[in-house]
Design a binder for this molecule. Structure first.
Ligand SMILES: [Zn+2]
Length: 336
């Protein structure tokens, strides 16, 4: 055995090992029980050979220890670098939902009326002919009573025929039957009509309807209330006008219009080139409706009004069509 050659080979194997596993393999190979060096040390018979081999063994053991320390330090450094937390990195983003524009408007309407002392009612959507038409003084031949205009659940010759309410007004009858005036209420909810789908019409939409019943209520109270709500919904700049109209359950009846937010009186498709947008209907409660619920029209007076929530949202957010409100396209809804 060439001891010096062995020492040199072992030294380069130890210093060249790049992992603890490689180093351990080198240690076993050159310093293990069955290694050439251990074998030779066991066979030492003379002092001279012992003096040659023992320092080599000590030197190699020290080299292994030093290489081991170096490799362990490198491993620790690598782990620390790998597992380091960079506190300056941006956090994980969690998508936040937003309210549907119809819900925005609904809350605005609710706040406006709660502030005036009204109660908010969201009633049943399946009604009877009795509450949806008869009690609201719709004439027997009124076109809305036809299955061409209204979604009947039962055939309409069945009594009582059920239908999807065509307006939220039946809630007013339920409330007037259940409690004595004074009544200040707003019913908000979904209504259904057999309408063609157009930019401004959809067979299902939301409505808000108000009813005030008290002693000595006049048309001026109705106008003041509507003007207040229109300004809450559409801002102080919006102009409001009233036109006379006809509805079965109010007399006299008026229609409030709001100036078009889309064209500022220049005329556009949304306002049918008139500069004004119809916002619904209103009027003084017809005495026949009071009599239907057992209230004396000589003692009590009141007003009622109704408006589409989507129509109001279209105006407020300048959306030219009603269809996106029901299509639930996230690209649209994320803008609100
Ligand atoms: Zn317009």
């Amino acid at each position: 055995m060439d001891a010096r050659a062995l020492e040199s080979e072992a030294t380069s194997a130890i210093s060249g090992s790049s992992s603890l596993e490689e180093l351990e393999a080198a240690r076993i190979r050159f310093l293990g029980r069955k290694s050439e060096l251990s074998q030779a040390l066991r066979d030492v018979r003379d002092r001279e050979t012992g003096q040659l081999l023992n320092p080599i063994k000590a030197h190699l053991e020290q080299a292994v220890e030093e290489r081991k320390n170096a490799l362990e330090r490198a491993e620790l450094d690598r782990k620390l670098a790998e597992e380091a937390v960079d506190v300056t990195l941006p956090g994980e983003e969690h998508p936040v939902g937003s309210l549907h524009p119809t819900t925005h408007i609904r809350r605005l309407v609710e706040d406006a009326f709660l502030g005036l002392g009204y109660e908010i009612v969201d009633d049943r959507e399946v009604e009877t002919v009795h509450y949806n038409f008869d009690q609201l003084a719709f004439p027997p031949a009124h076109p809305t009573r036809s299955p061409r205009d209204t979604f009947f659940i039962d055939p309409f010759f069945i009594d009582p025929a059920r239908l999807l309410r065509t307006e939220t007004s039946p809630s007013q009858i339920h409330v007037m039957e259940a409690k004595k005036p004074p009544i200040y209420m707003v019913s908000i909810g979904r209504v259904y009509r057999r309408d063609e789908i157009t930019p401004t019409r959809f067979p299902i939409f939301h409505q808000f309807e108000g009813l005030a019943v008290d002693r000595g209520i006049t048309l001026a109270d109705l106008k003041g209330t509507l003007l207040h709500v229109m300004k809450v919904l559409f801002g102080e700049d919006r102009q409001v006008r009233f036109r006379t109209h006809y509805f079965p359950f109010t007399e006299p009846s008026i229609e409030p219009d709001v100036s078009c937010p889309n064209c500022d009186f220049k005329g556009c498709r949304m306002c049918k080139f008139t500069g004004w947008i119809e916002l619904g209907g209103a009027g003084m409660v017809d005495p026949a409706v009071f009599e239907n619920v057992g209230l004396d029209p000589e003692e009590w007076s009141g007003f009622a009004f109704g408006c589409g929530l989507e129509r109001a949202a279209q105006l407020r957010y300048d959306i030219t069509e009603i269809r996106p409100f029901w299509e639930n396209d996230l690209r649209v809804l994320r803008q609100f």
